[in-house]
Design a protein around this ligand. Structure first.
Ligand SMILES: [Zn+2]
Length: 410
């Protein structure tokens, strides 16, 4: 598929182009305009996107035919034609999100609005790739049985995994601490089984897309998602000027290894004083003496945390300053509208950390009136990665600037 990008910075946040070849791009522009603004008439869409009335009419008609848009009740005017606003049809398309941990494989089926229609969880025991593919393939199949919908409307499957990309674009994303996953082509193998398009992303980026489509970052052009993983590790998903920013080797956002304490604690990456060694869930559990965090259910884990008040406070005391420093750095480096704090980390840990966050470092322009808080807590809580995964195919199909999403590599 050829993607047409707008090279000129136009005055409008999203803007169409009237070239016939850019139809696919324009479709996305129309969907995005309605998604971010709510129901819009054809005339309003045309004004907002700089597309001609005829182009808008054609696209709206086409989107209506493919069930992605639905007309609302016409607004009657005293004179002239009634105005018909169009909105996104939540049942117009569906998507599946997958998540894999050492003990649990999960899947959700969501509609176009991100609402969960079905959810399946299966117990696994540190699965190798072959075993995991078979379990995940079965989950995809069962999700389609669990909820009655038109299968032609399934956009695809998204999967969120922790990890980094190897050189050459081959994904080395893998469930943490699982053996045999190095260089395993997750997306390609899964797509071969489930016979629908599969998109694989790292968890922080998937979470950012989820919050952008359905959560607190809806409609934002620039924000950074600070992702704290339940299994340990920290990453940043960066949505800047309407684009996902991935970096030259797809590894942008590895902020867990920014040094926040020169000569500090030794990190697995070989450096000393990395952010990861102060604020990650792994460190929190070290402080609280919880050795089997991975084995515990989320509820049991929260109980253990609540019983370890002293360790929790000791972790917070040393985590808060590095976190403020990171937020300060992200604000200065990227000038985002906000920083979204979230992840699969225990919601109790997240809440306690967020409570201790203020006072943040002085902003670059302290007198500037802000309409958006500097830091927001993600809307999707611990489900952030799996809902983000389900958002990947929707984002890929409907965002005007989706071109940097990772495609499965064989
Ligand atoms: Zn490190």
């Amino acid at each position: 598929m050829v993607i047409f990008e707008l090279h000129k910075d136009t005055m409008k946040a999203i803007s169409g182009t009237n070239l016939e070849q850019a139809k696919s791009h324009n479709r996305r522009v129309v969907i995005e305009a309605i998604r971010t603004n709510g129901p819009l008439s054809r005339a309003a869409i045309a004004r907002m996107t700089a597309l001609t009335a005829q182009t808008v009419s054609n696209i709206v008609e086409e989107l209506q035919r493919s069930h992605l848009l639905v007309p609302a009740k016409a607004q009657k005017l005293a004179r002239g034609q009634p105005i018909i606003p169009y909105s996104i049809n939540p049942h117009g398309a569906y998507s599946i999100g997958l998540e894999l941990g050492p003990r649990r494989a999960s899947g959700v089926l969501t509609d176009l609005s991100g609402a969960v229609c079905a959810r399946i969880e299966r117990h696994v025991e540190y699965p190798d790739p072959e075993r995991a593919m078979s379990v995940l393939g079965a989950i995809v199949e069962d999700l389609q049985q669990a909820f009655a919908f038109d299968r032609d409307r399934l956009l695809g499957v998204g999967m969120a995994l922790p990890g980094r990309y190897a050189d050459g674009g081959v994904t080395s994303l893998s469930p943490q601490n699982l053996p045999g996953w190095q260089d395993f082509p997750v997306g390609y193998e899964l797509e071969r089984r489930v016979k629908v398009p599969v998109l694989v992303e790292n968890d922080a980026t998937a979470a950012a897309i989820g919050e952008r489509l359905h959560g607190v970052a809806r409609g934002f052009g620039s924000f950074v998602y600070l992702f704290l993983a339940g299994g340990g590790g920290i990453g940043a998903g960066m949505f800047l000027d309407g684009h996902l920013y991935k970096g030259s080797r797809h590894n942008a956002g590895e902020i867990g290894h920014i040094i926040v304490e020169p000569h500090g604690r030794l990190c697995g990456c070989g450096k000393r004083g990395c952010l990861d060694r102060y604020i990650s869930a792994t460190v929190a559990y070290e402080f609280m003496g919880i050795e089997n965090a991975r084995e515990l259910s989320p509820e049991d884990l929260d109980t253990h945390i609540a019983m370890n008040g002293e360790g929790l406070n000791a972790w917070l005391d040393q985590a808060v300053q590095p976190l403020r420093q990171t937020i300060d750095f992200l604000e200065l480096a990227f000038d985002p509208q906000t920083i979204v704090l979230g992840g699969t980390i225990s919601s109790l840990l997240m809440r306690r950390l967020a409570e201790r966050l203020e006072p943040l470092h002085l902003p670059i322009d302290p007198t500037e009136e802000r309409s958006v808080p500097r830091v927001m807590i993600g809307a999707t809580g611990r489900d952030t990665a799996i809902l983000g995964a389900a958002a990947l195919p929707i984002f890929s199909e409907t965002n005007p600037r989706f071109d940097v999403l990772q495609k499965p590599v064989g």
